[in-house]
Ligand binder design. Structure first.
Ligand SMILES: [Zn+2]
Length: 191
């Protein structure tokens, strides 16, 4: 792998997901964070997109927030290590382990515009709606999206921490931020 390219799995159409070389993403604004993916789950939504999609993946027109459409990198339940931060990011630093809340909802200056951002009509998901995803070596996420994980958590366990906040459209619509943050901050055993 060159420094500018990485391996990623991209959805083209039902039963057509290709592992290919694409450009390593770069930070697009000062509130973004670049993550080296360590582990990514395969969600039931991913299976449905593969078997009978598109369901959520934008095909005929770009998603209004990601401005992206198929082919898109899949993978929305993942954890990794921060490798680069924008100049306005203060909550994490290079080297931190993070699990990702992959919700696309209108935001500005590193903050969601809606308190119940998971109920936005424009709701989308990193890894389903374009803009990158966890089925790649690196991805760039908004600073609103990450959850710090205990350093002793293994990355394969940490990606499960992202599940309550990301686990599919239906789950994301009903879970509260406080409840899921508490879940994530529960003691985790290494393993
Ligand atoms: Zn999911």
């Amino acid at each position: 792998m060159s420094e500018q390219h990485m391996k990623a799995a991209r959805w083209y159409r039902a039963r057509d997901i290709r592992v290919e070389q694409i450009e390593v993403p770069t930070l697009g604004d000062p509130h973004q964070v670049k993550v080296k993916v360590a582990a990514c789950g395969i969600c039931g939504s991913d299976l449905h997109e593969y078997a009978a999609g598109p369901i959520f993946i934008p095909v005929d027109s770009p998603h209004p927030l990601s401005h992206d459409q198929a082919p898109i990198v899949m993978g929305h339940e993942f954890a990794g290590e921060v490798v680069e931060v924008g100049s306005a990011v203060t909550r994490v630093a290079v080297g931190d382990r993070v699990a990702i809340e992959p919700i696309l909802s209108p935001h500005r200056d590193g903050a969601y515009l809606m308190e119940r951002y998971n109920l936005s009509p424009q709701l989308g998901f990193h890894g389903l709606s374009g803009g990158g995803g966890g089925f790649a070596e690196y991805t760039v996420v908004a600073s609103t999206w990450y959850i710090g994980c205990p350093m002793r958590s293994s990355m394969s366990r940490a990606h499960w921490s992202s599940l309550p906040r990301s686990a599919c459209m239906r789950c994301a619509r009903v879970r509260s931020r406080r409840a899921t943050a508490r879940w994530c901050s529960a003691p985790a055993r290494s393993g």
